[in-house]
Design a protein around this ligand. Sequence first.
Ligand SMILES: C[S@@+](CC[C@H](N)C(=O)[O-])C[C@H]1O[C@@H](n2cnc3c(N)ncnc32)[C@H](O)[C@@H]1O
Length: 787
Amino acid sequence: MGRGRGGKRGRTQRRDFRDGRENVWKKPREQGDGDGDGGWAPFVVESPAFEEYYKKQGIVPESEWGQFMACLRKSLPTTFRINGGGQYAECIRDQMRRDFFDCLKDETEIDGEVIEPPRPLPWYPNDLAWHLSFSRRQLRKASILQRIHEFLKEENELGNITRQEAVSMVPPLFLDVKPNHRILDMCAAPGSKTFQLLEVIHKDDQPGALSQGMVIANDLNVQRCHLLIHQTKRMCSPNILVTNHEAQHFPGLKKKKLEVDVKDKEPSIGDDMGLLFDRVLCDVPCSGDGTMRKAPDLWKKWSPGMGNGLHCLQIQIAMRGVALLEVGGRMVYSTCSLNPIEDEAVVGEILRQSGGCMELLDVSSELPTLRRRPGLKSWKVRGRRRWFSSYHEDKFRAVLPSMFPSGKRMAQITLEREGDMDSGNNVENPSEGATESEAEVSEFPLERCMRILPHDQDTGGFFIAAFQKVGPYKRVSNSFSGKKSRGRGKAPQEAEENVDNDTENPEAVDNDNEPDNAQSAELELDSQRENRKQQKQGPWHGVDPVLFLEDDQIIRSLASYYGIQESLPLSGHLVVRSEDTSRVKRIYYVSKSVGDVARLNFRSGQLLKITSAGLKIFERHSNKEDASSCNFRIASEGLPLLLPHLTKQLLYATKDDFKLLLSPSAVPFVAFKDPAFTSAMQSLLVGCCVVVLKDSVGTNDVTAVGCWRGRTNMSLLVPRVEADQMLKRLFPEEVEAGDRTSNPVNANEDDTLEEQKGDEMDEHTIEEDEGEEKGDEKDGRHTLEGQ
Ligand SMILES: C[S@@+](CC[C@H](N)C(=O)[O-])C[C@H]1O[C@@H](n2cnc3c(N)ncnc32)[C@H](O)[C@@H]1O
């Protein structure tokens, strides 16, 4: 297990600090490009269209334009977060400071080049996020930098830190999460922000007690959902549910009318209002032009159509978030795009459509050390052929009205004029004095939005807006929404008003006049339409339902074999994915909060497509040596949860014996040095057991591993690579560098893992990545080595 919750168990997270950042800045030379060296060429980092667009939008004062562009062309520094929060994370931070960073405090020079010392991100709580900026050349020259690099690489592999772009850490901080909150992360993969949310949910956890909060992490892309499951596994949290829906059609769970059961004595979630959330994070798909520093290929691809094409989807997702938010709850909308069409225009439309139920929060007093610029109140819209300063100019409906600061369009003037004529009003000046040349200004306090510019603190670009729901959501019909929708861009229906799956009966947003330049929106929506058809079929075909394990025999056998105390209730908390309990391969533990949602989902007709629920704690394991023994061994990630409640099959080893146990092959009983340990071992039943490092008991870093007690020997139930990392961490002085590397088979497995995992590199791109379904299957490799 390693070290408890929050990456402390040491799950492998092989992500090399070198990789990703620098390589992204090179691309293969086209074949036959002349020099024949087969080498690399840098990306072209300019785009006249980009410059023209943003100069016109005025997101950066003219005087700073050069600085802004120069910064965008530079590669991004490395930033990382220490995982898990709490005392353990603080220990790592202190060790890192003491051993490495303190000696670099005062800028040092290498060959006349100044080394910028590592520094904590000033706005991130408790100095748990850091910024490093060394060049490869500096790394080669200075041994201290090499040591830092190695240390971070290792911590990353152990799952103790996560590389994450600085600005991507911001949205969860403005969500003001409390440990008892129910949170919906609408577009969650690859999961870096979900991880942060889980950290807060578990921040006050005491050993043996479970948090009441939960996170539903949703993503449209199933491969990316699996990536997220893999990332968040390191939190060892039973308080997470991963779902796979179009966020704009995220199901509203409510008991079917007939099933609102009077026999239910205790009120439970969903009885009255459907499943609502205390916090909603809308980190929507976007054009991602704030990420050019790490994805320089965007320079070549960039066009205004990228943002225009996503505007509609972004509004739909956010409005679904509004509907699913509790009154009094907070929602954060964020993009890694600098484009006002994806940013302020969407925020304006959220405020417009929510008819006063959403307030745009002034969060200027929160995270005061984070440098940000106020949102724009005025911007322009770029159609395919021309610029529009105002809806007055869009006579041919080339762009969507919601893209304008006023949210109006020409058709509206006609309608207003007709209305006014009917009521005998003066229609001389229907547009209240606005003329074609006048730029529009939004009526909303959009200056409360935040735009993070790259050159302000050497980051990527980002946009964030925080809302509070101040009243129930009643859909506001657009004054020009009388026409029939052509079926695309359906608006979400509010959860409060919806008894059944609202995807069955979506109301139409008035976007029947598609903008000329919305082809990418068309493509995006096309690919999602297919998915929607399938979503309407729920319960889900081809997706195993989440079922509560009600087989008393199995539950009793687990409780009695491992001596699980009542402090960890099993009944009502164990879920499986197969109806036939004789074939159940994995058992998951869900917190009460997740269990409640799973039950509600059942009563609502299984509208949720659940990819993963809770935390895997047991895996089937046939025991050939003793058929009468328990058929389930403890899964590595379930060990931190179980450990405080175990009373049987539990051993405490001295350092020497623990080290022996971590060796690659099975260890005969007679080889252990401590006779008390050997005799305790012999008194265990044959099968899975847990060995705790004696010295770690009572510390923040309880170290334990799952083992197999055979007839004459003990072997580890931990992947080799994890055992090697544990060896290295616990016995650094004794483990030879050569011994530390895992065997080639395991190393390869994990390299593959690394490629699939992705990190902030992928989080804001709208293209599919190369993730693979892995989820639990990956743990099929927890084989009994050496038996
Ligand atoms: C900006 S990324 C999210 C990054 C994530 N919040 C994180 O911090 O790791 C946007 C995500 O939205 C997903 N996505 C795209 N369209 C979606 C939709 N209609 N509903 C839900 N998710 C969607 C993409 O698969 C992608 O993973």
